[in-house]
Design a protein around this ligand. Structure first.
Ligand SMILES: [Zn+2]
Ligand SMILES: [Zn+2]
Ligand SMILES: [Zn+2]
Length: 221
């Protein structure tokens, strides 16, 4: 059995991973207790017990499968609807979520997005900024930022609205930064790739094999 305690904002809950043979007992136990549970695969379920009310925005930005906090890849304003569209990815199972937040409550949710700008959506590692371009517009200004991940070495590019990137004030004291679990299975991108035709080792930035000239496609994750 694996027990994991997760604290989000003022909320706190537990994930309990159990082998299949005792699931029935647990479901029986569930009848007499106020627990929520979710079946995540054939051999494990998650029991979720809410000890305090969980912050609504953290809940909205959680992965529906594993409850990890999703990392923002796109956060743009939709002026006509007075809202922001947030596209985020869970670094553990790479599930992509789309959430809409109102412009009126920007001050309440922007930090949870802002805190993940420098996080890699593939592995949960730290992103170093490489290039930043600004698209100035009176209704929908945004930044396009290109990063390189310090952990997995991959290039990531994000499009984020000015309102979320430019935060001159400090986050309120009661905001706990989101906890993002890292994906240990994502390996460092290799510096060489192997030609599928002649098996020559070629630097990963080469488009053609230096020995036989085969066109080499990018490594797919
Ligand atoms: Zn997930
Ligand atoms: Zn990474
Ligand atoms: Zn070759």
């Amino acid at each position: 059995m694996k027990l994991q305690q997760i604290t989000r904002g003022k909320g706190k809950y537990y994930h309990v991973y159990l082998p299949k043979n005792i699931i029935e007992h647990v479901l029986h136990w569930h009848q007499g207790d106020n627990l929520e549970y979710k079946v995540i695969s054939d051999n494990s379920i998650i029991l979720k017990k809410l000890l305090y009310p969980v912050n609504k925005y953290l809940e909205d930005l959680s992965c529906p499968v594993c409850f990890n906090h999703c990392v923002t890849i796109k956060g743009i304003k939709i002026p006509k609807r007075n809202e922001f569209k947030i596209v985020a990815r869970c670094p553990l199972d790479h599930l992509v979520t789309k959430t809409f937040f109102s412009q009126r409550s920007l001050a309440e949710w922007k930090w949870y997005i802002h805190e993940t700008i420098n996080i890699c959506d593939l592995c949960g590692g730290f992103l170093e900024e490489e290039v930043r371009k600004h698209a100035s517009s009176t209704v929908r200004p945004f930044y396009k930022i290109v990063f390189r991940c310090r952990d997995c070495g991959r290039t990531r590019s994000k499009v984020i609205a000015d309102e979320i990137v430019d935060l001159s004030e400090k986050p309120p004291d009661d905001i706990t930064p989101p906890i993002i679990q890292k994906n240990q299975k994502i390996r460092q991108k290799s510096r060489v790739k192997v030609c599928p035709t002649c098996e020559e080792e070629v630097p990963s930035n080469h488009v053609f094999c230096s020995q036989c000239g085969t066109f080499l496609t990018e490594e797919i994750i």
